[in-house]
Design a protein around this ligand. Structure first.
Ligand SMILES: [Zn+2]
Length: 322
């Protein structure tokens, strides 16, 4: 009798097993994703997901969120109207997908004449060799990934008083020749005006005499976010320095390809050029959304996001968080 029961149990188990195997496991909860900032061409967004979650944007792997789940992403000047965000838990077991609408912007055409021709279309072999070496140094400087999250502090303007003499993204015509867009915002200020770090970062390049850029500093703010400071008359930091928000980097000048004293301020996120002016309002918006001003001080001091622009040009509007 005992044997018969055992056989019945075995038979029932054998009958049930395949049925159970076909029952899909309950869906694992995704890591979740909330983003705020500037959902527009050249814009930056700050997102919160699970610690260490892996980010994929438009089908390209874009690194991992930090230990608190913070991760950033940016949109190129020619970004498509929709961006696909996918975050996966570090073990790949669960994922969250979101589609964001990216607003298109209008860019105008800017003509600059009177530049030394060797800085527009160089032909001198010595100059070409120098440009190649500069390019190599810049590529190396932007291949680093500082283990910090300077953008979490928000960005401050790097110069206190200025006039915007060249907005970001303009189509450029240099000495009559169509050139790539202007991937910087030009802040006109007298030579010698202090330039300060907009947020914490590591100096990955500090050179007084690049061919196009003249005095150039590049800061790594973490997760592939870099800011650039061009045409400096003085470079006051060196490669490897960790600078705090507001720390002096050097001074405004007209070195390299420049027709007058100004700071050409640039930004990129990984391989995408971003608008640093827009990053200021994007991060203000995101910090409000995530209530970052209410967090207790951490090892990275969360300073107020600056005194705001002191400029004649209005800051672009930041859309509502999503
Ligand atoms: Zn510029």
């Amino acid at each position: 009798m005992k044997g018969l029961i055992a056989l019945a149990v075995w038979a029932a188990a054998a009958f049930l097993a395949p049925a159970m195997a076909q029952t899909p496991p309950p869906p694992a909860a995704g890591p979740g994703l909330r983003c705020a900032g500037a959902f527009q061409q050249g814009g930056l967004v700050l997102c919160k997901t699970a610690p260490g979650a892996l980010l994929n944007v438009d089908g390209v792997e874009r690194g991992a969120a930090d230990a608190q789940g913070w991760v950033i992403a940016g949109f190129a000047r020619d970004a498509a109207p929709k961006a696909e965000f996918l975050v996966r838990t570090p073990d790949g077991a669960a994922e969250t997908r979101k589609t964001y609408t990216v607003r298109a912007r209008q860019f105008s055409v800017q003509s600059v004449s009177g530049l030394p021709q060797q800085t527009v279309t160089p032909t001198d072999p010595a100059v070409l060799e120098r440009i190649a070496k500069d390019t190599e140094a810049k590529t190396k400087a932007t291949s680093s990934r500082a283990d910090l999250d300077g953008w979490l502090q928000g960005f401050r303007w790097p110069v206190e008083k200025f006039v915007i003499s060249g907005p970001w993204g303009n189509q450029r015509i240099l000495n009559g020749e169509p050139r790539p867009p202007h991937f910087g915002v030009d802040l006109a200020a007298p030579t010698g005006t202090d330039i300060a770090a907009p947020a914490q970062g590591v100096v990955t390049l500090a050179r007084p005499d690049m061919h196009f850029e003249g005095g150039l500093v590049i800061l790594d703010h973490g997760q592939g976010a870099f800011t650039y400071y061009l045409h400096m008359s003085e470079v006051a930091v060196k490669e490897g320095d960790v600078v705090a928000q507001g720390q002096r980097l050097g001074a405004v000048g007209a070195t390299g390809r420049a027709t007058g004293p100004h700071l050409c301020w640039r930004m990129r996120w990984r391989d995408r050029q971003l608008d640093p002016q827009l990053a200021i309002t994007a991060l203000e918006n995101a910090r409000r959304f995530f209530k970052l001003d209410q967090l207790p001080p951490s090892s990275t001091p969360l300073l107020a996001s600056g005194d705001g622009p002191r400029t004649t040009a209005p800051a672009p509007p930041a859309p509502a968080p999503r």
